[in-house]
Design a protein around this ligand. Sequence first.
Ligand SMILES: [Zn+2]
Length: 300
Amino acid sequence: MLYAKPGPVAREDMRISVFSMKRRDMERFEFGEFSVFPLLDGPLPTALDKIPDPEHRALAQELIEQVGSDALTMNVFAFLICGPSGKLLIDAGGGKLKGGQLGQVPQQLSALGISCVEIDAIFMTHLHVDHFGGLFDRDGTVFPNAEIVVFREEAQFWLDTPVADLPQRARRSVDAVRECMSLYQGRIRIAEAGEVVRQLRAVPAQGHSPGHCCWQLETGDRSLLAWGDLIHISHIHLPAPHIAFEYDLDPAEALASRRRILDRVADDGIVVAGAHLPSPGIGLIVRQGAAYAFRPGSDS
Ligand SMILES: [Zn+2]
């Protein structure tokens, strides 16, 4: 079901709200008419035992030893995009549902002088808890005026598949996904591959989940592509992009998507925003032989 779109936000109004933000020291990136802000939801520890292949796990161990075990704690970022099509979020972080030290997106917004009620739309990269958990809490929806934009195949998998037909590990979180999405009932907007919603284009990158989707900001100028879990642990999956992770539902497809998107952004100089990238979560991907590296910031 489609939610009636809020009226267009006048460009003048948007400019005023962006420049009246309280915290000028928070990272901010400009893309044409859009300002993009990484919002750190918090740290999320993980472990090498999430790498199923023993040889790959040994290689990952070597890579981590070179940089220190802190590299096994992933960032969880959401991203705020302010522009002519409204105040938009890419993902919502894990929130209180995921627990630990996550749940800082509302405070991050507040530090920018923005309240959760002002968010017009939230674009989901996929429906894993560290990305959708921040959409709701015990009191209901955290973003009461937002439409939730979900790529069709992700919505179909989580919302339309009978529980008995879901893979075992998806059954653990399906109740939470359905509870969350029911709170936003009537405000879920389904996007097709290639469709542009509020100047964000759906770029499917399936494998990690059946409808894992990147969102590309269409500025007509510099481009920004946001992803969820194309890369999990940067110090492992960029230098060794052939290593799969336990949470990749279809590992072969996830690795093919990773290669395809990384090649494209590296070749075209597209700035990326990744939920689990090192701070500030926004930067460039450069080739290093058959592997890749992350360069923080948007200067080429
Ligand atoms: Zn994730």
